[in-house]
Design a protein around this ligand. Structure first.
Ligand SMILES: Cc1ncc(COP(=O)(O)O)c(C=O)c1O
Length: 462
């Protein structure tokens, strides 16, 4: 264990200067790890040393300060340390009896979460692997409640023969929400997509039209923080329509929900509190290590009904106790509450707000710096921490795509900073996500220089 700790410390100490892009490719890494099944055991220290050696330069620098790919938090050292203890303690955080401290810490972490995000304090929270599963769990509760209203018990009778549920979803929703619909038997394709504006926000007019197109149970899926633009849906306009239709409004707020933690930014998620359920991540803006997400449901009874099950050997919690597994899909599970609690304790309300605000300020400065590069274009204004840049100036779409993809490839190759490509409105862009507590203004400035250098190299045909 000591060896692993010192290897981890060394890794984190060197990460700022390490290559942002792994230099070992997948085939080489598989070759390194592969071999016949070991017939005999080995020495623990040798095994850990070997593991470090084999994984070397195959570890992506997601904890580096200039990592802007996808939406990835920093795995803060305090969270990592709490996570080590979690593994060492080896708790099965299914229920109070099996894991009293893990159950207690999770109960407090989720109370703190509701306070920080200013969501109904009586809501129930499932601590899951991430926003994908948080969307699934929340929508399972929605499915249960909406079908119950029309006299159908989906937990007992399934979906065969059930009254159809209408699902309304913004046309720029995250792909994982469609995945959740697929897993739930609601169908990724049998949805009514609501038209969106240039930034990906649902148009209230089309939402109203969609709502009027049929009858029966409704689940409306909104988002707080679009993956490319960072914007949120107009909750104040949508939520009353859903309520009047007797529907359920779910919000995917994987990262955007954390703007609620900042007095300066919370207006960006105004009205999100009107929803019935919310999905968010801990491993993004709370900086916990992977994995950690939260499924938050206003109707705790629907949440428990959708998720809980019983057996003679699983004694139910007392009334004043909370079994973690009653709010998630799994029985045996990691005690994620320790790291979540530790990260909220580490940063505090003020620290979380300051970090989110700082990430947003760095995103704005980076975007302004890149917009000033000749031949670069900021694809839309920076609302939160996500922004997109495209290269090519006045050239046609195809050439712009080629130049943009060549620039991002070059940026990744130079390895001073990392960002990835994305498709937005049919055109390739480079998407930056500023979501790490390690990122400073200086990192932003270095990244602008790296992007300029990559673009110049592409122009020079390098
Ligand atoms: C808006 C949104 N929803 C859902 C997800 C999925 O989150 P996870 O990968 O933690 O399951 C993401 C991930 O980036 C996201 O940005």
């Amino acid at each position: 264990m000591r060896l692993a700790a010192s290897m981890a410390e060394e890794f984190r100490r060197d990460i700022a200067e390490a290559e942002a892009t792994p230099t070992a490719g997948y085939p080489e890494l598989v070759r390194r790890f592969r071999g016949p099944v070991p017939e005999t055991g080995g020495d623990a220290e040798d095994i850990i040393r070997e593991l470090g050696e084999l994984a070397r330069n195959g570890i992506r620098g997601t904890t580096a300060p200039r990592f802007f790919g996808w939406v990835i938090g920093n795995s803060h050292p305090t969270g990592v340390a709490a996570d080590w203890l979690t593994s060492a303690w080896g708790q099965n955080a299914a229920n109070v009896q099996a894991a009293p401290a893990a159950s207690a810490v999770e109960a407090v972490a989720v109370e703190w979460l509701l306070d920080l995000l200013d969501l109904p304090r009586t809501a129930s929270v499932g601590v899951v692997t991430g926003a994908t599963v948080a969307n699934f769990v929340s929508l399972a509760a929605a499915r249960s409640a909406q079908l119950r209203k029309v006299g159908w018990n989906v937990e007992a009778d399934g979906l065969f023969g059930a009254p159809p549920i209408r699902v309304l979803i913004g046309a720029d929703a995250h792909t994982t929400v469609y995945a959740a619909l697929k897993f739930l038997g609601l169908g990724a394709r049998r949805v009514r997509e609501v038209a969106t504006d240039d930034l990906g926000r649902m148009l209230p007019g089309d939402f109203e039209k969609a709502l009027g197109e049929g009858e029966g149970p409704v689940i409306a899926i909104a988002q707080c923080g679009q993956i490319n633009t960072g914007v949120s849906d107009p909750f104040h306009e949508i939520a009353p329509m859903v309520r009047d239709a007797g529907g359920w409004m779910h919000v995917d707020g994987a990262f955007g929900l954390w703007s609620r933690s900042s007095p300066k930014l919370r207006h960006l998620a105004d009205g999100v509190e009107l929803a019935d359920s919310w999905a968010t991540d801990g491993h993004k803006w709370l900086q916990t290590p992977y994995d950690c997400g939260f499924a938050i449901v206003r109707d705790a009874e629907a949440h428990r009904r959708a998720m809980s099950f019983s057996a003679s050997y699983l004694p139910p919690a007392n009334e004043d106790e909370r079994d973690p597994s009653a709010y998630v899909m799994e029985l045996s599970r990691r005690a994620r509450g320790f790291a979540a609690w530790a990260m909220i304790r580490q940063l505090g309300r003020e620290g979380i707000a300051r970090m989110v605000e700082s990430n947003v300020a760095v995103a704005q400065a980076m975007a302004a710096g890149m917009a000033a590069i000749e031949g670069a274009e900021l694809v839309c204004p920076v609302e939160l921490n996500q922004f997109m840049v495209r290269f090519g100036g006045d050239c046609d779409v195809e050439e712009g795509d080629r130049l943009t993809l060549a620039t991002v490839q070059r940026l990744q190759k130079e390895s001073i900073a990392f960002a990835g490509p994305a498709l937005w409105r049919g055109q390739w862009v480079i998407r930056f996500s500023v979501s790490s507590c390690a990122t400073t203004m200086e990192d932003g400035a270095i990244t602008v220089e790296a992007v300029l250098s990559a673009w110049k190299a592409v122009q020079a045909g390098a």
